[in-house]
Design a protein around this ligand. Structure first.
Ligand code: SF4
Length: 499
């Protein structure tokens, strides 16, 4: 007679599916939750069939995003019957329950601890002494680089979290979230109602995260928040420790330290406050990428006031000044056309501004009401057909300017970071590549289509190559690889960082 096997059956009810919707800020929240799931021993399921429960990280920014989130929740519920909703739309639980009364739990944004409590309740794990010990700090470390201390647990609006070590972006770029929430009250936006007032991270925590990423092979850090220029205001620019030095939580100081790490540093959601000049100076010195994403939204002073936009003022003068300080700068912006009360004259004012500012990258959308946003109650809503017609006229001007500016790059040799291989079926592997210049952010700006030339089969995703630009169209560039220089980040040894 054989003795019965007393080993407990493997716990299979530990597979969590994850749907991440919304902007890069939400993506970082997803990374934090996924990191914690892994630390606690949960498996991340790759399909509904393999998932015991699904977490949906939602977006609630504008009506189409709300609809997309509600549809995703419905799909996950149909497939698994157990859904935890988190993220921006989670701040409006009544909206979710109205459509999907059977969701298991709802939390707001940045609520890693609450989400995990619900996961543990739905899928209690048999205690495994090994899974709680996964080394967060060591994730992504390269051999030969000194170990870097684990980040302190950081205070956020909803509790304490670690900086994420699970990344949803490719290894060569990463989003670096420096603050959450917003202190402004733009009339068309409900983000402050959803995500609360601004809570900045300490500079030391941000820098240690950047340092670990650079050590692990990340070549491009994309700084994000709701209002990057206002970083540190809420914590009175308090100092914190980084590599034995005290660093202020202030954008110029942060940019300066990040610029020392020898990786591409890209700034998003920067409002034109006076101190941004100092950041542009760093761009002119080649410390950080000559790239600014500045959401201007309009050019008419009356409309900007109605929108209650921060930093609105002499936009054209500011842009001219930035270009003096950094002639290479790429400026990206977004605009709303057809805001309530916008007259044809004010729209013309916007077109004239666009012609004069000659912005490099421009996105625009026709205004649409968002529940609970103050703009919905403003008089003078612009008819849909007028909004559509203005959007078309606006984009035609923006497209022409973009084509003219890209044509100026033909004949130049530029650094290109490679995002993907683009081979046809009969190509030798590694013949065609897709990448971005320093002036292109992933997912929103243009791309560079390259032939590998003498470097067929030698260029990998994540490499930074030099390429000659041979052609251009409205949004993209085309060229050939000339060189594949060695990548040398300035990731210092622990204790030897000199600023
Ligand atoms: S700055 Fe304005 S648009 Fe941006 S998150 Fe804050 S309130 Fe919304």
């Amino acid at each position: 007679m054989t003795q019965a096997d007393t080993t407990p059956a493997p716990d299979t009810r530990n597979r969590v599916g994850f749907i991440s919707l919304g902007c890069p800020k939400a993506l970082v929240d997803s990374e934090r939750i996924l990191t914690q799931l892994r630390v606690e021993g949960y498996e991340v399921a790759s399909s509904y069939e393999n998932a015991d429960t699904v977490i949906v990280n939602t977006c609630g920014f504008i009506t189409p995003a709300v609809e997309e989130s509600l549809a995703a929740i419905g799909e996950a519920l149909d497939a698994t019957g157990k859904v935890i909703v988190t993220g921006c739309l989670g701040e409006r639980p009544e909206k979710i329950r109205e459509r999907h009364p059977k969701v298991a739990a709802i939390t707001g944004s940045e609520a890693v601890d609450d989400v995990m409590a619900h996961v543990r309740e739905l899928l209690p794990l048999t205690q495994n002494p090994f899974t709680g010990l996964l080394p967060i700090a060591a994730a992504g470390m390269r051999p030969g680089v000194s170990p870097i201390p684990a980040p302190e647990r950081e205070h956020t609006r909803h509790g304490d979290v670690f900086a994420p070590s699970v990344k949803l972006t490719p290894r060569h770029y990463a989003y670096l979230k420096i603050a959450e929430g917003c202190n402004h009250t733009c009339a068309f936006c409900i983000i402050p109602k959803l995500r609360g007032k601004q809570v900045s991270r300490d500079a030391g925590a941000v820098l240690y995260e950047a340092f670990r990423l650079a050590a692990g092979g990340t070549k491009e850090l994309i700084v994000i928040s709701q209002d990057t220029s206002a970083y540190g205001v809420d914590i009175r620019y308090r100092e914190s420790e980084f590599q034995g030095e005290q660093v202020r939580a202030h954008l110029t100081d942060l940019a300066s330290y990040l610029g020392e790490m020898g990786v591409w540093v890209r700034m998003h959601y920067v409002y034109p406050y006076p101190h941004v000049e100092k950041v542009v100076e760093l761009m002119g010195q080649g410390k950080i990428l000559p790239y600014l994403d500045v959401p201007l939204q309009h050019a008419s002073p009356r409309l900007l006031k109605l929108m209650r936009r921060p930093g609105a003022g002499k936009q054209l003068d500011t842009i001219r000044r930035w270009r003096e300080l950094c002639p290479e700068i790429t400026i990206r912006s977004t605009f709303i056309v057809g805001f309530p009360g916008e007259t044809e004259v004010e729209f013309q004012e916007l077109l004239t501004f666009l012609e004069e500012a000659r912005l490099d990258r421009v996105g625009a959308f026709a205004y649409s009401d968002v529940d609970e946003a103050d703009a919905a109650a403003l008089p003078g809503h612009v008819p849909e057909e007028v909004k559509a017609e203005r959007l078309e006229r606006f984009m035609a001007v923006a497209q022409r300017i973009s084509a003219e500016k890209l044509a100026e790059k033909v004949g130049r040799t530029l650094d290109i970071i490679i995002d993907e291989l683009n081979d046809d079926a009969d190509d030798k592997p590694g013949t065609r590549l897709i990448g971005r210049t320093k002036g292109d952010a992933p997912g929103i700006d243009g791309q560079v289509y390259l032939y590998a030339g003498d470097f067929v089969g030698q260029v990998r995703v994540g490499d930074i190559v030099q390429a000659r630009i041979e052609d251009s169209d409205e949004y993209d560039l085309f060229g050939e690889v000339l060189a594949r220089p060695e990548w040398k980040p300035n990731v210092p040894q622990l204790g030897h960082f000199k600023h």
